[in-house]
Design a protein around this ligand. Structure first.
Ligand code: UTP
Length: 295
């Protein structure tokens, strides 16, 4: 029978080196870079919260302790804000703080790949389905990407992978899924291939960094050999799981910003700034002038 148990926990692998953002990531984790005034990780946690996730599991690494501090109380700051009657700022801090006992941290001692990072969360997740959100992808949409996936999961159960369409000549850059029959509001995934050679992709639906996985993935990851880039690849393990369990594809139709890359990160800043009533009037005309000046 297809497993439909509630998805309560979400895993956020934040142990990567973030080499594309050097030198900033020498001392600031990529996930703590700010999009307008919130760190990237906050957007992704908010997406999980909207989807009803109750427990947040961070797989961290060396130099990532500021992520732990971020999800904790900052006593002195609160005290100072209180003394200065900075009520709005106090509310922002209170809203951002997770409920006590709902956040866990575990370490990936060596960055051996995404598959390995997920495996490091096995003891905290235990024997239940879980959400996996790559924290450098910010999704904007209504419903949020994970919310839509949870709704599909309620229909299909099993494993869910969120996908988006790319231009066919771009498919070789991504993880691509094969498309089978309709399942609820999604479709059956028939195959997966990481960065297919040009002209060989089974579709133009690429994996966008959001997953709902059954716990059997952990025992596969345990024995998973290193693949592309000499890293333990999640896609390789999911391919094995596909032999015994169902995978459904959820097509996300909102906007995705790949904040692990410089262009995506800058676009996210512009897009979210333009959405803000307190910022848009001050920057819109200047953005336009900047772009026109480039023509
Ligand atoms: P990326 O490959 O995009 O991130 O992994 P990276 O390695 O940090 O960045 P670059 O390429 O060097 O700039 C996708 C996600 O998986 C996590 C990363 O933190 C990122 O959020 N990850 C990756 C791990 O947690 N552990 C790993 O061993 C690899």
């Amino acid at each position: 029978m297809t497993d439909k148990r509630k998805v309560r926990k979400a895993v956020f692998p934040v142990a990567g080196l973030g080499t594309r953002f050097l030198p900033a990531t020498k001392s600031v984790p990529k996930e703590m870079l700010t999009v307008v005034d919130k760190p990237i990780i906050q957007y992704v946690v908010d997406e999980a919260l909207e989807a009803g996730i109750e427990h947040f599991v961070f797989v961290t690494g060396r130099n990532k302790h500021v992520i732990e501090d971020y999800f904790d109380i900052h006593f002195e700051l609160q005290q100072t804000l209180r003394e200065r009657s900075k009520k709005a700022e106090m509310t922002i801090l209170a809203e951002q703080l997770p409920k006590a006992g709902t956040v866990s941290f575990t370490r990936q001692q060596e960055p051996l790949g995404l598959g390995h990072a997920v495996w490091c969360a096995r003891e905290i997740v235990g024997n239940e389905p879980f959400a996996l959100l790559l924290p450098d992808m910010i999704m904007r949409g209504e419903p949020g990407c994970m919310r839509g996936m949870i709704d599909l999961y309620a229909q299909s159960g099993g494993n869910i992978i969120a996908v988006e369409e790319c231009a066919p000549d771009q498919a070789h850059k991504y993880g691509i899924v094969g498309v089978g029959e309709t399942v609820g509001d999604g479709f059956r995934i028939t195959s997966m291939v990481e960065k297919p050679a040009r002209g060989t992709a089974p579709s133009n639906f690429f994996i966008n960094g959001r997953y709902i996985l059954q716990p059997e993935i952990f025992s596969i990851l345990e024995d998973q050999e290193r693949g592309a880039g000499n890293e333990i690849q999640l896609t390789d393990a999911m391919l094995k799981l596909l032999k015994s369990q169902d995978f459904a594809g959820y097509v996300f139709r909102g906007e995705t910003y790949d904040c692990g890359a410089k262009d995506g990160f800058i676009l996210a800043n512009v897009a979210f700034a333009l959405e803000r009533d307190d910022i848009r009037p001050h920057v819109e005309a200047q953005f336009k002038a900047l772009v026109q000046g480039l023509k």
